[in-house]
Design a protein around this ligand. Structure first.
Ligand SMILES: NC(=O)c1ccc[n+]([C@@H]2O[C@H](COP(=O)([O-])OP(=O)(O)OC[C@H]3O[C@@H](n4cnc5c(N)ncnc54)[C@H](OP(=O)(O)O)[C@@H]3O)[C@@H](O)[C@H]2O)c1
Length: 267
């Protein structure tokens, strides 16, 4: 495990906070070359400094807004000019939702898809020709348990994460001949700012920490598990607490799952 990521070039989106930050620090400790992307440059510079202290081989900060799809090809071109190739792309940047579908404007529905789905596939597609040229690469996307089942207050968030599963399952089959791997990571409740940053029905941020998120897994612990899954070349992995079992509940007892969902207080 120690040497696997040493000197690997890893591009992480959503690296200014939470899971992305924890992944960056874990990879830094293993001596990886890091490319950190998100919108908030101040926060990314803070993470970059911590990564250098932790032992990163190098750190490049590249500002990225996943909603600005037209800017992505140029960003990728510039980045590749500097680093040559990317061994691992971690599509982690994203925003959640905390509002009933009935109260969510279509603008907010579109924003969730624009950031979580179209932004992620835009970055992936821009990087793909380089990965194919080098016959090398691993594309890792952080979806969610709600990429496997829908739950209240998260309709378009769940839709955007389900969409990622459809896209990346197809892509995995298309890329097998080039030795490029695709991994989907589905976390449950992880203690980050995800609920504070989640959009409410009118597009404003929720601003508060959910109880379930507060009690969730530490992002550093998740980061270690994600790196293990990448190293093992897993196609899909579920991480979190007891909530992970809901995946199997839906699979084997769908009627019971639906009944349980009615009682779920997961906001
Ligand atoms: N925490 C959980 O319980 C949980 C569970 C399942 C899945 N996830 C997923 O894990 C990923 C990371 O979330 P987190 O929990 O670490 O939450 P977080 O602390 O809110 O971090 C979200 C990250 O995404 C970035 N981001 C948001 N909008 C962006 C945009 N338009 N362009 C570029 N970057 C953007 C943010 O950076 P800027 O604001 O600087 O742009 C930030 O770095 C998300 O995809 C989330 O859906 C989280």
């Amino acid at each position: 495990m120690m040497d696997f990521f040493k000197n690997k070039r890893v591009w992480i989106t959503g690296a200014s906070s939470g899971i992305g930050e924890a992944l960056a620090l874990c990879l830094a400790e293993k001596g990886a070359h890091l490319i950190l992307s998100a919108r908030n440059e101040l926060e990314m510079n803070r993470v970059a400094a911590d990564c250098l202290t932790a032992g990163a081989a190098s750190v490049l900060v590249k500002k990225l807004d996943l909603e600005q799809h037209d800017t992505i090809p140029e960003l990728v071109e510039n980045t590749l000019k500097q680093v040559g190739k990317v061994d691992v792309l971690v599509n982690n940047g994203g925003i959640s939702q905390r509002a009933l579908a009935l109260n969510t404007t279509l603008e907010v529905d579109k924003k969730l898809m624009a950031v979580n789905y179209f932004g992620t596939i835009a970055l992936t597609k821009a990087l793909l020709p380089n990965m194919i040229m080098h016959q090398l690469g691993h594309i890792v996307t952080i979806t969610s348990l709600t990429g496997k089942f829908g739950s209240p207050y998260r309709s378009s968030y769940a839709a955007s994460k389900h969409a990622l599963h459809g896209f990346f399952d197809s892509l995995r089959a298309e890329l097998a001949e080039y030795q490029i791997k695709v991994t989907l990571i589905c976390p449950g409740f992880i203690r980050t700012n995800v609920s504070k940053n989640a959009l409410t029905g009118d597009g404003s941020k929720l601003g508060t920490m959910d109880e379930a998120t507060e009690k969730g897994m530490e992002p550093t612990r998740l980061a270690t598990k994600i790196l293990q899954a990448i190293q093992e070349g897993k196609q899909e992995a579920y991480f979190g607490g007891i909530e992970v079992l809901v995946i199997y509940l839906k699979l084997f007892f769908p009627a019971y799952f639906s009944m349980l969902l009615l009682k779920a207080i997961v906001r």
